[in-house]
Write a protein that binds this ligand. Structure first.
Ligand SMILES: [Zn+2]
Ligand SMILES: [Zn+2]
Length: 241
């Protein structure tokens, strides 16, 4: 390791340490309107005004549809996952809040948002395992946290579910593919995940922050099913409309 590499690692570690400290201070005010929120990240009126997922949406990928039936994409190319439960649509204030939490190292916002998923998730069949979508090791080192794991933690506690976060691994760094077409994203995503272990008959909830095209969740679900999973349901914070 050269001097420059050594310095980069140390400065990343230091900023991760500072972020860890800042994220453990309870908020005094709502992050959106700055009124007293009783140490919650969001006040009640701001929670009510979030872009909640409309009741009529595709049961497979949570995309809003006119009649609540399967969307065109899921009919044409059924994904490897079986259903998707999302709390929100990824637009408006949430399209600012989630990137701010993810790229501004404010990961304490994720558990606050995840708790808003509970009323939906308490009504769906319980999985055997909760698996947060893994980040590539290099991405995890740079960011210092995995947003999917931060979302999964309060769900595990509230729903008394086992958490598994070593079995599914990301073997390719495929995060930066925003400029690729949907077809190219799916191609780029092939073999991005590997599931090590026997998941025979297991019903798995795969947790992530946002579903855009669903390419990463599809690739992860494929790997889980290749390892024997009986079904894979996506539990996500927000769906891109
Ligand atoms: Zn507020
Ligand atoms: Zn769909």
């Amino acid at each position: 390791m050269n001097k420059q590499d050594g310095f980069c690692v140390r400065s990343t570690d230091l900023s991760n340490f500072i972020n860890l400290f800042l994220n453990n201070i309870p908020p005094a005010v709502c992050v959106l309107c700055s009124t007293d929120s009783g140490h919650d990240a969001l006040c009640q009126p701001c929670c009510s005004n979030l872009p909640w997922l409309p009741p009529l949406h595709c049961p497979c990928c949570a995309l809003p549809t006119l009649d609540g039936g399967l969307c065109g994409n899921c009919l044409k190319t059924p994904p490897h996952f079986d259903s998707t439960h999302a709390a929100f649509l990824y637009h408006g204030v949430l399209a600012q809040l989630i990137p701010a939490a993810k790229f501004g190292a404010r990961w304490s916002l994720f558990p606050a948002l995840a708790r808003l998923m509970l009323p939906t998730l308490q009504q769906v069949p319980r999985p055997d395992l909760l698996i947060p979508l893994p980040l590539h090791a290099q991405r995890l080192k740079e960011r210092g946290f995995n947003q999917a794991l931060e979302i999964a933690k309060p769900l595990v506690r509230s729903l008394s579910l086992p958490l598994e976060h070593t079995l599914l691994q990301r073997t390719r760094d495929t995060e930066h593919q925003a400029r690729l077409s949907e077809k190219a994203r799916h191609r780029n995503m092939r073999k991005a995940f590997v599931a090590r272990g026997d998941l025979s008959g297991q019903r798995i909830a795969l947790v992530d922050d946002v579903m855009t095209t669903g390419a990463s969740l599809d690739a992860a679900a494929r790997a889980l099913k290749q390892a024997g999973a009986a079904r894979v349901d996506c539990w996500i914070l927000a769906r891109t409309p």
